[in-house]
Design a protein around this ligand. Structure first.
Ligand code: SF4
Length: 371
């Protein structure tokens, strides 16, 4: 059974220009009813000890202190968390009181949505916070001794220069967060960004420049003591995100909340997404399941490969055999050999992993493992 749980809070105080996540503007939303519905869903799960809980969004910190406390009290009453209890938060919403509340209920990691330290770029992204908010939130965390936080950043922003990356690296060196996520901005359809790009009002780097920035970030973070452990994630030793590794190791997890998905024993399932539909489903049927999809063993193995290869450590050869009763070579021997010959994969006795070159063309390597 799952040892990890994802809980989704779909509300945001402001909608960022690039965002295509599962979120809604909080204004006029039935937030209290949502929290009640979520609590009902949480209460459907047996009390137990979990390894990780991750509360993400949207923005979980968009909830009021009262709403947060109500939710946290239920989680606390049913589950103990052995390892990581993480909350996503926006810098302007992480007040000292909210942080104190989270910490008192056992939250031991914050994933802080910084994106960039450049105020002009934050404005372009439509973020609700500014430079000062970032430092205020970090200050608060330091004050209450919540020192395990991730700074979540983006690169390849319109108008971003190498100086902006250097500025972020300088702050990382100064602040010494435990963990860094650094994703390339992806322009998704149906976003403000996408429309501005189409009108020619915004441009981002071409693939070559983006690749250069990516390699630069990897190299510089390594120098600062943050080795890369996943395509977009970097951590001090012992501070890799155990919750996110659940996904990359293709392990089971519960998914709760509107539109969230879970994975249990080879079945992926999805909840209904619109907030009102979710609330209604929980109120009327105590069940918000939209769809569940039983994966064939072959599909499970494919996912094991392309998720596992996201990690620098790669896919664990023994674990694969234990899970599927077949050796990795008997299933994917020829693809692995081919990609090793191209210099995209490397193997030792325990793992098969992407090389630095392979990481740049990751998607094409992953395709080799799909039917
Ligand atoms: S805060 Fe996060 S989820 Fe909300 S709009 Fe911005 S990027 Fe999207």
């Amino acid at each position: 059974m799952p040892k990890s749980m994802y809980i989704h809070i779909p509300f945001c105080n402001r909608i960022c220009t690039y965002c295509d996540f599962n979120k809604v503007l909080i204004k006029n939303q039935p937030v209290d009813a949502y929290v009640d519905a979520l609590i009902k869903e949480i209460e459907m799960i047996e009390p137990q000890t979990l390894k990780t809980i991750y509360v993400g969004g949207g923005t979980p910190t968009a909830l009021s202190e009262q709403q947060l406390e109500k939710l946290l009290a239920v989680i606390d009453g049913r589950f103990s968390v052995e390892d990581e209890f993480c909350f996503e938060g926006n810098p302007d919403e992480l007040t000292l009181d909210k942080l104190d509340l989270l910490h008192n209920y056992g939250v031991n990691r914050i994933s802080l949505g910084v994106q960039t330290f450049n105020n002009d770029l934050l404005e372009v992204l439509g973020r609700s916070h500014n430079y000062d908010d970032i430092f205020r939130a970090i200050n608060h965390m330091e004050k209450i001794g919540l020192d395990n936080y991730s700074i979540d950043l983006m690169y390849n922003l319109p108008g971003e220069t190498m100086d902006d990356l250097d500025q972020s690296l300088k702050y990382i060196e100064e602040l010494k967060p435990r963990h860094i996520s650094w994703y390339s901005l992806i322009i998704e359809p149906h976003t403000v960004f996408y429309n501005r790009m189409r009108k020619g009002e915004l441009t981002v780097d071409d693939d070559e420049k983006e690749g250069e920035k990516y390699l630069y970030v990897i190299k510089e973070l390594e120098k600062l003591g943050y080795p890369q452990y996943e395509i977009s994630n970097f951590a001090q030793p012992e501070f890799e995100s155990s919750h996110n590794k659940t996904y990359w190791k293709n392990d089971n997890y519960y998914g709760l909340g509107a539109g969230s998905h879970g994975y249990i024993n080879g079945t992926r399932y999805y909840n209904v997404k619109p907030v009102n539909h979710y609330i209604q489903a929980m109120e009327e049927k105590s069940d918000a399941l939209k769809e569940s999809l039983e994966l064939s063993v072959k599909e499970q193995m494919e996912e094991e490969m392309f998720l596992g290869l996201r990690m620098n450590r790669g896919v664990d050869i023994t674990r694969f055999e234990e899970k599927y009763g077949k050796t990795l070579d008997s299933v994917y021997g020829s693809v692995i050999e081919e990609e090793c010959a191209k210099g995209n994969l490397v193997r030792d006795s325990g793992h098969v992993a992407l090389t630095p070159q392979g990481r740049l063309v990751g998607n094409s390597v992953f395709l080799g493992f799909l039917d």
